[in-house]
Design a protein around this ligand. Structure first.
Ligand code: ADP
Ligand code: MG
Ligand code: MG
Length: 874
């Protein structure tokens, strides 16, 4: 079996086998770009290694053969004492996992080859610098000696020799450092630093294989939903050197601005540096534009390469390069991670540039990412006190309590506290803290530092390189001038401007930008699935409409009963001892309900508004039994007025009689109207009268009535009769004719099973997948989500939380059955979904596949749904 591919043997389509980095290096090699020669060990080799713990048969020979080819190409010899070949050993999985796995540079150096390198380059400092770096990386990654141990030795010597930067260390200093590094290794792992280059290579490859399963890579995969069984490829590549003096350097650049999408080269580089110096945030790098002055030739070539790669891949690229004595080498290219705002702008721009089609543009933006464009911003009216300004590394504003450590961030975050993770710089080991935080603030590192990249990837606000902050982990505080900010103090960061602000600044919700509107219009042209919104108030309705909702798929009426002025009337209605008393209370509710519906129908003029009649059990409108009991007792003990006591006691008695063991399965939904039809009758009257009123005013109200929690055709038949009667009455009274469809929510398994019978009485079905998920699984959501679903996911019993991502296997099957049976009975039946799943891209795809007519979701998810619906179509 072939486990090793020379770069020239691969291409961009071989990501599964060669990993993203390997496939990119191969593609670039074949494009004729200046890529140092190398080869890739396949992900299959990694997976076999993971399974058996040893190299698969033949791998070692294939590596040796490939090395021979490198030797021929470069004229250098691996382990050679004249002109030694050095290589990097670079991890690279199918999907990029920035900073998660390991890379070793300058491999092949030992006590003898380092002298040869110094001889052949005539630069002893350089050779020793490489060796020092190699021992450190090898020690860290392969031998698992704590990185900080090496760093403190280095720092100690830098201080001692007054070297501000690594490259200011003299050869004799480097020699001392190397000696101490070796001692450290001997002390920690009780072995000598390995001198045999082949042993070095073997062990480095193994370490990269093993890094696939290191804890931070596992967390990263979990967060980003990357499968665990992909494995990583290993790239072995001839070293080129950015640390050979002032005409050398190393850097990373994006072909466009990854925060805004603007079409300008964007990146950073460091002169006389190697490898990860740029991202590690050790020295503050220069912006790429400065390269034009410092090394014009290399800059021009780099610029050309960038535009070539962008055209070739037809996407924005993230490119790593090194300049060795003025000569440019390209070390990596990949499709760039970007903020949602940048993704939208790049996609739209590339259509305008003729690079991609509208369909492709629509596919280029991750729907879930769109939530980010809808970034929170600082309320411009708020007075703010800026305490420092760093780099605007990931847009959006966030506020929270300052926390200096990832574990603490996670702990507080899990308790629901909002925190801002503040670090000197972040490393991959902090990732769980970033996950838990609202935003990230660092005092070191540039726009491509770890914190910045990770935060952008997660769509979290980040300010980095805020050097004015001096952070003290031990004392758990940071200071700016005289100001001391301790753990738990509230701050606000604005990742769009880099501002760090004292206290919690009010944040405001976002609007759709022009480019996003355009992209979504293209999505609308493509998609077949309708997108409606769940909205209960005229304000929500307007927002939904502005975000592109084509109507309201679920207008709940219960909150309309909850407000302070209405609750007493509702309670009187519940406590009524006679039909008359109830009638009086309902008569008072009628005009206010009518006003509610008037507002919403007007806001959605011309678009459908599906109004669901009252759903929750009536006891939700009464105080809790325990509270009432306490109140009654207190009144009695304090000698309260007897009338008051009697009233409370009556309330208590009623509350007791309405108490339910399992309210979710209790006396709710249309069951309320089976026993007390007057409530629904009042609501229907309010809807119809509001519509009539609007019609008379020249509007075009499109009201629809939805009956909740139906489980039998007979139920719906009765409800339909009830509604029709009221509609007819109002029509007669007003002389206005209305077309008001009547449909039902499908949220019980029995309704799906009997959908053919139920469909005969319905103009539409709307799958209420929240309840349908509860009743299909037999899970009470409130008990399940926090308590055991996480474990179900952990143990792989469930792939996802079924309340967030529609369960295609079970609930989905019922939905499909309901659609088929319902349409069979009534071909004109309109079918949609109005659970929270309506805003989840994966569930939206399912709805498209199941042939639904529309999804309905919360107003903020409408743009997401429009995009996801289009993607399902493409
Ligand atoms: P990551 O996946 O973390 O970006 P890489 O494998 O890309 O890791 O390596 C990190 C950096 O190491 C590269 O950006 C580059 O600067 C440096 N590097 C890797 N291979 C070489 C090489 N053959 N010559 C010079 N520098 C290299
Ligand atoms: Mg790395
Ligand atoms: Mg890289």
């Amino acid at each position: 079996r072939k486990y090793v591919y020379l770069f020239e043997e691969g291409n961009a389509s071989m990501r599964d086998l060669l990993g993203g980095k390997g496939a990119g290096l191969a593609e670039m090699t074949n494009l004729g770009l200046p890529v140092p020669p190398g080869f890739t060990i396949t992900t299959e080799a990694c997976n076999e290694y993971s399974a058996t713990g040893r190299f698969p048969d033949g791998l070692e020979e294939q590596i040796r053969d490939a090395l021979k080819v490198l030797e021929e190409k470069t004229g250098k010899t691996f382990g050679g004492l004249e002109n030694p070949l050095l290589v990097s050993v670079r991890s690279g999985a199918k999907v990029s996992m920035p900073g998660m796995m390991d890379t070793v540079l300058n491999l092949g150096l030992n006590d003898r080859t380092v002298r040869a390198l110094s001889g052949v380059t005539g630069d002893e400092r350089f050779a020793l610098d490489c060796y020092r770096r190699f021992i450190q990386m090898f020690g860290d990654i392969v031998l698992h000696v704590d990185f900080n141990g090496f760093e403190s030795i280095l720092e100690k010597h830098k201080k001692q020799h007054r070297a501000r930067y690594d490259h200011e260390l003299k050869p004799e200093h480097l020699k001392e450092i190397i000696k101490e590094y070796k001692n450290l290794i001997r002390e920690k792992v009780r072995e000598e630093f390995p001198q045999d280059p082949f042993e070095q290579l073997n062990r480095a490859v193994r370490a990269v294989f093993e890094s696939w399963n290191n804890p931070r890579a596992q967390v990263y995969r979990k967060v980003n939903r990357i499968p665990d069984d992909l494995g990583t490829a290993v790239n072995v590549q001839t070293m080129v050197f950015g640390n050979m003096g002032d005409n050398s350097g190393t850097g990373v650049a994006f072909t466009r601005d990854p925060a805004t999408g603007e079409s300008t080269l964007y990146g950073e580089y460091l002169v006389n540096a190697q490898g990860e110096d740029v991202v590690a945030g050790i020295r503050t790098p220069h912006p790429i534009a400065r390269l034009q002055e410092e090394m014009p030739g290399a800059y021009e070539q780099f610029q050309k390469t960038c535009s070539l790669l962008e055209k070739h891949y037809r996407d924005m690229q993230d490119i790593e390069f090194t300049i060795e004595k003025g000569k440019l080498y390209i070390l990596q290219t990949r499709s760039a991670k970007r903020t949602a705002a940048a993704a939208v702008k790049v996609a739209v721009d590339m259509v305008k540039e003729g690079l991609i089609s509208k369909e492709e543009a629509v596919m280029r933006v991750e729907p879930a990412q769109l939530n980010q464009v809808l970034h929170k911003r600082l309320d411009p009216r708020a007075e703010i006190r800026v305490i420092a300004t760093g780099l605007p590394a990931s847009p959006g504003a966030a506020c929270g309590a300052v926390v200096f450590d990832a574990d603490e961030a996670e702990r507080r975050g899990n308790e629901g506290e909002k925190v801002i993770l503040v670090r000197l710089e972040t490393t991959p080991d902090d990732i769980h803290g970033v996950v838990a935080a609202q935003g990230v603030l660092t005092s070191r590192g540039g726009m491509t530092s770890h914190a910045a990249v990770v935060a952008r990837g997660m769509g979290k606000p980040c300010v980095c390189g805020c050097e004015a902050l001096s952070i003290d982990y031990r004392e758990k505080r940071m200071t700016v001038g005289d100001l001391v900010i301790g753990e738990g103090d509230l701050i606000t960061i604005d990742g769009s401007t880099g501002k760090v602000i004292m206290g919690a600044v009010p944040l405001i919700s976002p609007e759709l930008g022009e480019e996003l509107r355009l992209l979504l219009r293209w999505a609308d042209e493509i998609r077949k699935l309708g997108v409606l919104a769940n909205a209960d108030t005229p304000d929500d309705a307007r927002r939904a409409r502005d975000f592109g909702a084509e109507g309201i798929g679920l207008c709940r009426t219960e909150h309309m009963f909850m407000s302070q002025d209405r609750l007493p009337i509702v309670q009187r209605m519940i406590l009524a001892r006679s039909a008359e008393e109830r009638g009086e209370a309902l008569a008072k509710l009628l005009p206010v309900q009518q006003e509610d519906f008037y507002g919403i129908l007007k806001a959605m003029d011309g678009l459908p508004v599906i109004i669901r009649l009252l759903d929750p059990p009536l006891h939700e409108f009464l105080p809790k039994v325990e509270e009432l009991a306490v109140e009654v007792n207190t009144l009695k003990l304090s000698g309260g007025a007897s009338e008051e006591i009697a009233a409370k006691e009556e309330l208590l008695k009623k509350a007791r009689s309405l108490q339910e063991f399992n309210p979710m399965l209790g006396h709710r939904g249309c069951r309320l109207a089976v026993t007390t039809p007057e409530i629904y009758a009042m609501q229907v009257r309010a809807i119809v009268q509001a519509a009539v009123q609007l019609k008379k005013e020249g509007y075009n109200p499109v009201a629809e009535i939805m009956i909740p929690l139906v489980m039998s055709p007979k139920e719906l038949e009765i409800m339909r009769g009830l509604c029709m009667e009221v509609i007819r009455q109002v029509e007669e009274e007003t002389g206005v004719r209305l077309e008001i469809p009547i449909g039902t929510m499908i949220e019980l398994p029995r309704a799906c099973l009997l959908a053919d019978e139920i469909g005969k009485h319905a103009d539409f079905f709307s799958f209420g997948t929240n309840d349908l998920t509860q009743t299909t699984f037999g899970f009470s959501r409130d008990d399940a989500e926090g308590k055991f679903i996480p474990q179900y996911i952990e143990k792989k019993i469930l792939p996802d939380n079924p309340f967030a991502v529609l369960d295609r296997d079970g609930v989905g099957k019922l939905v499909k059955m309901g659609v088929e049976l319902g349409r069979g009975a009534n071909p004109k039946l309109v079918v949609g979904i109005c659970g929270e799943h309506g805003g989840d891209p994966d569930s939206i795809e399912f709805c498209h596949l199941a042939g639904l007519d529309y999804v309905s979701c919360s107003p903020f998810r409408v743009p997401v749904a429009r995009l996801a619906a289009a993607q399902a179509q493409v």
